[in-house]
Design a protein. Sequence first.
Length: 205
Amino acid sequence: MPRTLSEEAIGAFRERLIDAAERLFAASGPGAVTMRELAAAVGVSPMTPYRYFPDKSAILAAVRARAFNRHADALEAARERAGPDLAAASRAVGRAYLDFALAHPEAYRLMFDIRQPDEEAYPELVAAGMRSHRTMTRHLEALADAGILQGDPGLIGRMFWAALHGPIMLSFSRMLPDDGYGVRDVAEALLETLAGAVFVPAPQP
């Protein structure tokens, strides 16, 4: 008879399994990873993961939900640390986005490089994804309300997102030329150029 596990033990094992799944899914693609391989990665029998998740898709959803929430945590913390200067807060969010992607490439790939056909079946994933995307526009809405941003903050948020995502994915694919300009140089130059185009200049004394 299986022993009864505490909530803490269940949560700890789920985290171990999610950690292993994040690495394996990012390395090989979710379709190429089996439940048996996931079990082996955490040193348990092939049937053990089914005690915690109904199937591989549920594990992938949990991996991606955690990544989106951690991403949102990082961007929200950067905005708070920047203080009341709205333009500085916006730039801090952009830097935090880049920092997160480069520090957690496996999580980043699984967040934005795949889409599960049954995402709606996982409310935690849907909520985490929405929260993450909101962190990319909320600071811009504050700028628009203050008259510092010219244009639609929703569209501009997607422009900033594209400006970051492009060099990040080129870097992950080793497609950026090795000519002295790294992913940070390219991404930060894009952010500053875009900010110069959409931020209203401060009045001169």
